[in-house]
Design a protein around this ligand. Structure first.
Ligand SMILES: [Zn+2]
Length: 174
């Protein structure tokens, strides 16, 4: 009988909005789009970072690293970004997915904390975008967003924080 082994892993990431840096933002920074899960949120302030600062894809990449044991964000993504000029966070995620082996991602649950922008109108678009990148159905991705009621810097509008729980399975090898 076919039996499956399951694992759940967590990833987290956060970024500051370009208009909440500890210094004045450059014109280039102020023109950055807000990318969430590879989807551009229209008319929203962007997040600061060396890469495209896609906080959802970074949390997801960290969750994949939690499964594979190969950390991508940090040394490897810095090499890709600073030495090869790759700022598209999809490339970091795809690099992480290369180490999946026989694990198949079956579900993602994401939580976003931030005061702005209001995301409810874009949640389905973000789900579709992540689904295409990962190769699972949008129904296998849940996303909730909370304002945090001003209790944290995210809740006060300084940036966004994302947690991602990833569930994966493989055929039991014992
Ligand atoms: Zn990040």
């Amino acid at each position: 009988m076919l039996a499956f082994e399951y694992r759940s892993t967590i990833g987290q990431d956060s970024h500051r909005f370009v208009d909440r840096l500890n210094r004045p933002a450059t014109a280039e920074e102020l023109a950055r789009p807000l990318l969430l899960g590879g989807f551009v949120i229209p008319s929203a302030t962007g997040l600061a970072g060396n890469s495209d600062a896609d906080v959802i894809l970074h949390a997801l990449t960290n969750a994949v690293s939690g499964l594979t044991g190969v950390n991508i964000l940090g040394k490897i993504s810095d090499q890709m970004c600073l030495e090869q000029g790759i700022t598209d966070s999809r490339a970091y995620l795809e690099r992480a997915l290369q180490d999946l082996g026989d694990w198949h991602i079956t579900h993602l649950s994401l939580t976003i904390e931030g005061k702005r922008p209001h995301l409810s109108a874009w949640i389905d678009s973000i789900r579709e975008s992540i689904a295409q990148i990962i190769g699972i159905g949008p129904r296998d991705i849940g996303i909730t967003a909370t304002t945090g009621e001003g209790l944290t810097d995210f809740g006060r509008g300084d940036g966004l924080q994302v947690f991602c729980i990833l569930t994966a399975r493989r055929v039991d090898q014992t």
